[in-house]
Design a protein around this ligand. Structure first.
Ligand SMILES: [Zn+2]
Ligand SMILES: [Zn+2]
Length: 266
């Protein structure tokens, strides 16, 4: 069975990720317009008809911007927890009840060929979740907004063959940058985002032969660069004596354009 992953967009201007085999696909978050999602998928020869659902991580606008139109114009449901649905639904966000599916933390559910579990992460939304997805013998974990890696989330992250994890900000750039003090404190807090050193140190702790792909996601436009993410990662690995011989593959997810398709199985 083929299994492909790609990011359509990653970062504070919009998050949307695709995972699919030759028959079906799912989306994770809908933070860009439904039109862009359809266009990006079409450019990769993926029909919207093959999408069986969208999983939603939390209510921040960079994760749900396109959700209302996406569910209205397509026939597939959207999955998230009761608490997150409550935080998404406002008089302005009118999502049809027919497309809403409620899921429960750490209880498996199925969408087409995918077995999925949601787990809680620490972030400054009413509730935020990561997803652990099993497809055939491959395991994919997606955690894009979290201030630190708590004990509940760590096992799901460690079990991944393909891991999408944020590396949001360079610590020096954030501290020396122009953001107001309260915003710097929010981003750095345990309920904010992961900095490059935090992500790199965690990856150095968990790296194993099982991990085939690391996708570094949700880079800040003002407080990070792809070069700094990689430099921090390689330096941390080298200090820990970790040598990379082509595995895991490391990708930086683009802010506003899709990445190349990552093939997990041919
Ligand atoms: Zn976000
Ligand atoms: Zn967020």
């Amino acid at each position: 069975m083929k299994l492909n992953f790609c990011s359509l967009s990653s970062g504070s201007s919009g998050n949307c990720y695709y995972l699919g085999n030759e028959f079906h696909g799912i989306l994770i978050d809908a933070g860009i317009s439904a039109t862009s999602i359809r266009k990006f998928l079409k450019n990769m020869d993926i029909s919207m008809q093959t999408i069986m659902g969208v999983l939603i991580t939390h209510n921040h606008i960079d994760h749900i911007r396109g959700l209302e139109v996406l569910t209205r114009k397509n026939n597939f449901p959207a999955f998230t927890t009761h608490k997150i649905w409550n935080s998404i639904l406002t008089p302005q966000k009118n999502i049809s009840r027919d497309s809403m599916r409620e899921i429960f933390l750490m209880q498996k559910f199925h969408v087409a060929d995918f077995d999925i579990e949601a787990f809680p992460v620490c972030h400054d939304a009413p509730e935020t979740i990561g997803f652990h997805i099993c497809a055939g013998d491959k395991k994919i974990t997606i955690v894009t907004d979290l201030g630190h890696i708590c004990q509940t989330a760590a096992p799901y992250i460690k079990a991944a063959n393909l891991l999408v994890i944020e590396s949001n900000y360079d610590e020096q750039m954030l501290v020396n940058g122009r953001y107001p003090h309260y915003l710097k404190a929010r981003i750095q807090s345990d309920h904010g985002h992961l900095g490059n050193h935090q992500t790199a140190a965690f990856l150095a702790d968990i790296i194993s032969d099982n991990l085939s792909d690391i996708c570094l996601a949700h880079l800040s436009i003002n407080n990070n660069t792809p070069e700094l993410v990689l430099q921090t990662l390689y330096q941390t690995f080298s200090e820990r004596g970790i040598m990379l011989n082509g595995q895991p593959r490391i990708s930086i997810l683009n802010r506003n354009i899709p990445t190349k398709m990552i093939k997990l199985t041919e």
